[in-house]
Each structure stands twice: as structure tokens, then as C-alpha cells.
Design a protein around this ligand. Sequence first.
Ligand code: HGY
Ligand code: MN
Ligand code: MN
Length: 405
Amino acid sequence: MWRDLLPVGRNAATGGYRRHAWTPADADCRAWFEREARDRGLWYEADRNGNQWAWLGDPADGNAVVTGSHLDSVPDGGAYDGPLGVVSAFAAVDALRRRGAVAGRPLAVVNFTEEEGARFGVACLGSRLMTGVADPAAARALTDSGGVTLAEAMERAGHDPSALGRDDERLARVGVFVELHVEQGRRLAGTPHPVGVGSAIWPHGRWRLDFPGVADHAGTTLMEDRRDPMPGYAATVLAARESATRMGGLATFGRLRVAPNGTNAIASLVTAWLDCRAPDADTLEDLVAGIAAVAEAAGAEITAESGTPLVTFDRPLRVRLARILGGAPPLPTGAGHDAGVLASAVPTAMLFVRNPTGVSHSPHEHAEEADCLAGVSALTRVLTDLLADDPSEPAQCEPGPPGGS
Ligand code: HGY
Ligand code: MN
Ligand code: MN
């Protein structure tokens, strides 16, 4: 599976991946998923929101055990963020079948679309639409950097965008969701544990900041006559860094658009995207308010693009997973996941596979093969245990708090 995925959407210059939703690279990833499903004799479908499913057993039986992740990437992302969860899910299905451990409950592997929000700006768009957290009309109108709407992009990729939206029928079939993911930090490095159990996801969100200016000549406009948006933007970046450090949160400006983007022209508009995260909702709110105040003083207009509240994964399920895995440690994370969105609707858990450097969202992201195999084995044990539940009994777990807005 890794060999087949290796060249898909790979940027030869950096070694990173550019697998943005509904692009040709994404189509190749989707074709790969469908092939993996069909080659195993699993029942394949793409849902109304474009998420892909591979079923073992009859979905109509309900109370399904679902596992999977995403195949899309950030610009120049690593190989593991997303695909590790999907590859491990298929590998776990193979292991379960080898052991004859497939029981009464249906089992599905899922690939959620546009998890990174790298093309249309809203992270976890596929799972947000499915759970009704994202508005379908607003989603259809989202545009990429070239002005292409999500609706147009989906149509071009052969997927009808008219039926986007909350999918209660599908949600009702899911009894439990477990997402395996590469760790995006170094908490497991240096411990004897190749796998941890997700405990919580920090509240986080994305904001667009538009700093307006007036274009003029770099060589003739006096410094005092300029209406240059760049210094206001720069002051905001420095304020974000200082406040996040002081408050124990995280603030990142990783994407910037400058118009008209000329070396010898004062900018007429600077658009910057803020990614902000904190251990609790109050800290996040205070952090963003402080950054926004600096930006607004520089004349910026601020638009919230997506937000995800604190997610605490289902406690009984976490305890159960840690027990199955012989005391795998609990891991909180600042990274968002579809599991965080699903947690508002169904009992949900996460497994993290050790990342020796902690690096992620980078071509240098890495996981050792032995740890990846330990991840597959852990997922297989977890799925075996969950599948053994009486299919007539819903899972004895409580869904978490609402998953996002
Ligand atoms: O950006 C994130 O938190 C993620 O990796 N989707
Ligand atoms: Mn990611
Ligand atoms: Mn991911």
C-alpha cells in the first residue's frame, strides 16, 4: 500500500505531498482507496459529502465499528499524516480476516475528504458536513486560491455537490469510530510505548485577516505619505508570537497573500491567515482577542473561518483502549482530526503512533516501520475487542461535547 501511495502528489523538489481535495492527486488517492476496497471484496461507496467508505458486513445492520483517517495533505505535507490511519485500517482488516476474528458488527474503513482544509480553508470539511457542523450552502461557496468554488471542484472531479450536508442515516449506522494517526509531537519518543491513546484535542480555529492599503510607487512615495498594510501585518505577527508564548497557547501565520505582490510597489492588500490553539476555550478566546486588537488597530478586518471547541474523547472508550493495549499512555494534542468532529456524534477514540522527531506538516515527518506495525497490531486488537460486542447492544460509551462550528 505504501509503495502505491508513495508517488501520488509528491513534490519532487521538496519530497513533500500536495494532495489537496478534489485535485488530480486527490483523485489518484481516491482511486487507490477504491481499489484497496474492491480488491479485498469490501463494499465500496462514496457518501453525499464525498467521504469514501469500504464495508465489511452489511452497513444496514448498524452499530458499525469504523476506522480510518484522511488522504489529503497540507502543502508539502509528510507521508504519514492521514494515510497512516487509512493504510493501517486496511492492514487491520487483513489481520482480522486472517484470524477469522470478524464478528457480528459491520466494520468500515473511511477516508474523510479535505481534512486539512488546505484547498478550501475549512479543516475537517468532510466530517463537519457529515455531522451537520458545517453549513452545506456555505461549504459549496468556499473558494480556493484560484477562485474555484468547492461545488465546481467537486463537479469537475465527478462528484455531485448538491447533496452535501448532515447525514443522519449514516451517522446512525456508526456505533464507534477509532482513528489511528501519526503522533505530531514527541511525547512517546524515548518511552517504551510505540502507541498512545488520544485523550483530548485543544480548542483551535482559523481566522482571515485583511489589512487594506493603497498601492503606490516604492521609489517615490515618501514614508510619511504611505498607506502600507505591511507594517500592521508585521506588528500583528510579533504580537501573536509574544501573546501565545506568554499565555501558553500557539499562534501561527503560515499563509500570506500580498496584492499586487510587486517588489517595487506598496501593497494594496495583505491577507494573512491565523491558526490559533490553546489548552482551554478561555485562553484561546483571550489570545485571539489580543491579536485581533493589534490587527484592528492597524485597520484589519477579521473573519473567522473555522473553529473547533475542546474535545475530550469518550472516557469509557479510552479506558477500554488503554486496557486492551496494556496501559498505552494517554496523549492530549493540539492537532485537529476528523475524530474530534465525530466525537460530537458518536463514541470516538484515537490511537497515536510514535513519531521519533515529532515533526509533522513537513516532508521530514517520519515514523519507524516497527512502530507503524505496532500501530496496526494495536488497531487490530482494539477492533477485535469492539467487534466482539453484542451487535444488538449499542456501545456503552458516551459521545463527547459538540465537535465544532
Ligand atoms: O491542522 C491540524 O490540526 C491538522 O493536522 N488537521
Ligand atoms: Mn495534518
Ligand atoms: Mn491528519
